[in-house]
Design a protein around this ligand. Structure first.
Ligand code: 3HC
Length: 303
């Protein structure tokens, strides 16, 4: 079924090579998915060799897991590994048709990345962003071809979450959008088309959901009680497990974006900010026991 608002399929351009800017967790998960589903070369770039090696290493390790589960054959695993490479320069994107960025959530950083990519790619190459909440139209505004910028927002874990939020900026043209939908179909995702707006649609809701649970803790409900209050509703994971999956820094960033846009409706929790400042990955330890230090930070250092 054609997603609401999707342009005519015939306008879609063929994608024969993908560039991924960034080699962090979202970027490497995306690189694997592109290689696996589109079966085209995928080049990751990052600032230094260590980050690149980590990103490509993650992809190779995930391919080995797929091989172990019998989801791909030995030949397929080798082919997939060969498709995903790392490069320190964006020149490697010269013949890419679709470049997606998943770098640090800062508008200026993303604008700079797109300006650099635009120097090396063709005028028709799609520039996609996996931003969680930053304004797409502003990200595109100083480019020579803002019409080829589109939001392509994945959800964590990228391999398993079916949803893909496709965002149309003020200048995004139909060919770009049709290409984005066509790639989404090849990736076997369920795409929804949304308008450019603070945090688009999905993170508005998720931020509200997370914000209310965090708010209950801010107001004195013990964290472990608030985190398990919804267990009987059958959600796939508890709110603080979800916070861990998303990453407290990303969650805080989205909350700040929403607060700036709608101050009366979205707050920014001091407890969450304290957790982020301490560099904690969440309130749970790797074995999913509660990290007492993180819980204390989250309770204003008082529990
Ligand atoms: N990477 C790759 N695969 C993963 C994975 C990961 N991080 N985590 C789980 N999986 C795979 C498992 O390998 C398993 O695959 P298999 O069937 O091939 O063996 C499958 O997912 C199911 O995993 P499990 O049986 O271990 O666990 P669950 O049934 O509990 O499912 C879950 C795990 C799919 C993550 C589920 O808990 C869930 O849906 N959680 C909610 C996640 C969510 O809401 N994400 C959105 C976050 S918001 C976001 O990303 C937006 C951003 O902008 C903030």
């Amino acid at each position: 079924k054609k997603p609401a608002g999707a342009p005519d399929k015939a306008l879609a351009r063929k994608v024969t090579k993908v560039g991924v800017v960034g080699a962090g967790l979202m970027a490497s998960q995306m690189a694997l998915l592109f290689a696996r589903r589109l079966e085209v070369p995928v080049v990751l770039t990052d600032l230094d060799q260590a980050r690149l090696d980590k990103g490509v290493g993650y992809v190779h390790a995930e391919i080995d897991k797929l091989l172990g589960k019998g989801r791909v054959s030995g030949d397929q695993a080798n082919r997939l590994k060969a498709l995903v490479t790392g490069s320190l320069t964006k020149d490697a994107f010269a013949d890419a048709d679709f470049v997606i960025e998943a770098v640090f959530e800062d508008l200026k950083v993303k604008q700079k990345v797109f300006a650099e990519v635009e120097e090396v790619v063709s005028a028709e190459c799609v520039l996609a962003t996996n931003t969680s909440s930053l304004p797409l139209t502003e990200m595109a505004s100083s480019l020579r071809h803002p019409e080829r910028v589109v939001g392509f927002h994945f959800f964590n874990p990228v391999a398993v979450m079916p949803l893909l939020e496709i965002i149309r900026g003020a200048e995004t043209d139909d060919a770009t959008l049709a290409t984005a939908f066509s790639v989404g179909r090849s990736l076997k995702k369920s795409s929804v088309l949304v308008k450019d707006a603070p945090a688009f649609v999905v993170n508005r809701l998720l931020t509200r959901f997370m914000g209310e649970v965090i708010g209950a803790v801010d107001e004195g409900t013990p964290l472990e009680v608030a985190d398990h209050a919804l267990d009987g509703l059958g959600l796939p994971m508890t709110p603080f497990t979800l916070l861990q999956l998303v990453g407290p820094a990303v969650a805080l960033h989205v909350a700040e974006t929403m607060h700036a846009a709608f101050p009366a409706r979205y707050g920014v929790s001091d407890n969450l900010a304290r957790l982020v400042a301490a560099g904690k990955p969440g309130v749970y330890a790797p074995d999913f026991s509660l990290d007492a230090e993180a819980v204390a930070l989250f309770s204003g250092g008082t529990s």
